[in-house]
Each structure stands twice: as structure tokens, then as C-alpha cells.
Design a protein around this ligand. Structure first.
Ligand code: DHB
Ligand code: FE
Length: 283
């Protein structure tokens, strides 16, 4: 049976990827952020999964506003890196895990989550930047296959935090029932507080972010009880991306250990956070 070995929550700010692609990680602006990643990266490099289930949102690159699925799963053999307007990132294409994808879709449908399936999908910074946070130097190929899990956090009405947490619980059960000896990591991406447009553009709320970083470990139900308006009011219009961290947390068992976390302001317009948890398995 497949097992979940760890969960990583991380911001997916595009310029974090650009800083890596352009060799700027030692610049004074970026160094503190990347220094903060180091202990997590070292631990993950010693605990390689076969597959990463990456919960992210597309930013109108592959999924237009004409058709917005609430939840989707990529089922392809591979995924190209999206051109977001300035050329594709110089990172490898993403290898899929179609058998695990198909299993997740089937199990989730049976649990009454109506999942859109992406048989073709270009993956944008929401997915590739977290992969770079995990593995800064992939060379010719990423060290794991990927199941992309898409969540609409862009267009009202986004799914509730509670629904995202419940989806995560169902994903966890589905992964653990996969008949295959796979080690799986689950990524929750986006956040932390940020707002890119409107009267409150530039909003950062460290008090909320610190509360969230603490509670995601031991009180996820408290975070799942917040409304979408709570997230947008307190963390900004794009801060609602944090509901995707709850999918990751839901997939993990009740026994987890915090390996590392870090919080840095700013990365572009965003409060960047990372939290890494080892899954200690069912009690
Ligand atoms: C930024 C942050 C994001 O989460 C995103 O998807 C795009 C841009 C930013 O801070 O620049
Ligand atoms: Fe984003």
C-alpha cells in the first residue's frame, strides 16, 4: 500500500522561481528567504518520495475564467511547464503518475467529491515553484512523479476551508488505499497573506500568518472553521490560497511531527511561509 511520508506547505510566489532561475538566491533581498529553506531542503533530500501530490491553483494560465472547476486532478503521463508570458521556466517537464491519479479520481468520486479531470495541463508557478522549493537543482528531471490537484481560489465562490480540509482527508484515505508500494509526499501551496490588487494591495498580516503556521499542525479544525470572507479580510484576496494548505494537512494522519518552518516578509508582494511535517502514521 502507498504511504504518506511527509507534507510540505509553501508559498508559490513566481519571483521565488525567477530568483532561482536567474542565480539571484544569494542577493541580499533573497538570501534570508532561501537560508530559511535550507533545513527543510536537507531533510527532504534525505527523504525522497516516489510521487508528490501537489495541491495548487492555476492562475488563469491553463484554466481560463470561461470554465472554472472547483476541484480538478491531472491524469496525464506528463505536464509541460506553462509559458506565463515571459517564456517557460528553465526547469524540466513534470512526469505524471497516471495510475495514482486515476485511483484518486475514482476514490474521490465515490466519496462524493465531483472532480474535474485534466488529461492535458500546462503547470504554472503554483506547481513549479513549490517543486523548486523542494528540489532546487533537478538537473534533467525532477526526482519524483507528480499528481496535480487543482483548487479554485481565484473566482468567487471558492470552496470553503472546511471543504478543502474534508477533500484532504479523502485524498489521504485514497492514497493509503492505493495498491502499490509508493512513498508519497503531499504539498499544499500558496499564501501566506498577500493581496495583489485593489485598495488594499500590498496587505501583509504577520499576526494572522503566525497563528496559521502554529494552528496548521495541531488545530487544523480551527482553520477549517474560518469562512472565505475571514481569509480574504485577514489574509488578503490572494491570501485565501491558504485553504490549499488545509488539503495537505487533511491528507496527513493525526500523528505528525514538525520538521521545520520559516516565515519571511516580503517575497515580492507576499508573506512567504514554509512548514514541513513528517507523517508518523496512524496511531
Ligand atoms: C505573487 C504571489 C502569488 O501567490 C502569485 O500567485 C502571484 C504573484 C506575488 O507576490 O508577486
Ligand atoms: Fe498564487
Amino acid at each position: 500500500m502507498a504511504e504518506i511520508i511527509w507534507g510540505l506547505a509553501t508559498s508559490h510566489v513566481p519571483s521565488i522561481g525567477a530568483a532561482m532561475d536567474h542565480g539571484k538566491t544569494a542577493d541580499p533581498y533573497w538570501k534570508p528567504l532561501f537560508d530559511g529553506y535550507e533545513p527543510a531542503r536537507a531533510w527532504m533530500a534525505a527523504h525522497r518520495p516516489d510521487v508528490a501530490v501537489i495541491v495548487y491553483n492555476d492562475h488563469a494560465n491553463a484554466v481560463g475564467l470561461d470554465l472554472v472547476p472547483t476541484f480538478g486532478i491531472g491524469t496525464a503521463e506528463s505536464y509541460d511547464v506553462a509559458d506565463e508570458g515571459w517564456g517557460r521556466r528553465p526547469v524540466p517537464p513534470v512526469r505524471g503518475a497516471p495510475e495514482l491519479s486515476a485511483h484518486l479520481v475514482g476514490e474521490l468520486m465515490d466519496e462524493e467529491f465531483d472532480i474535474a479531470t485534466f488529461h492535458r495541463l500546462d503547470v504554472d508557478h503554483g506547481l513549479t515553484v513549490p517543486l523548486s522549493v523542494y528540489c532546487p537543482d533537478p538537473g534533467e528531471a525532477w526526482p519524483c512523479a507528480v499528481v496535480p490537484v487543482l483548487v479554485n481560489v481565484i473566482q468567487y465562490p471558492q470552496p470553503t476551508a472546511a471543504r478543502c480540509y474534508a477533500l484532504g482527508r479523502a485524498i489521504g484515505r485514497a492514497i493509503r488505499s492505493f495498491p502499490g508500494d509508493l512513498k508519497v509526499a503531499v504539498f499544499g501551496t500558496g499564501g501566506m497573506s498577500h493581496q495583489l490588487a485593489g485598495a488594499r494591495a500590498g496587505l501583509i498580516n504577520p499576526e494572522f500568518d503566525r497563528m496559521f503556521l502554529r494552528a496548521i499542525e495541531s488545530e487544523p479544525e480551527k482553520l477549517a472553521a474560518l469562512t472565505r470572507e475571514d481569509y480574504i479580510r485577514r489574509a488578503g484576496t490572494e491570501g485565501i490560497e491558504l485553504i490549499m494548505w488545509l488539503v495537505m494537512r487533511g491528507a496527513m494522519s493525526d500523528r505528525i511531527a514538525r520538521i521545520h518552518d520559516t516565515y519571511h516578509v516580503p517575497a515580492s508582494n507576499t508573506a512567504a511561509g514554509l512548514a514541513l511535517f513528517q507523517d508518523l502514521g496512524a496511531a
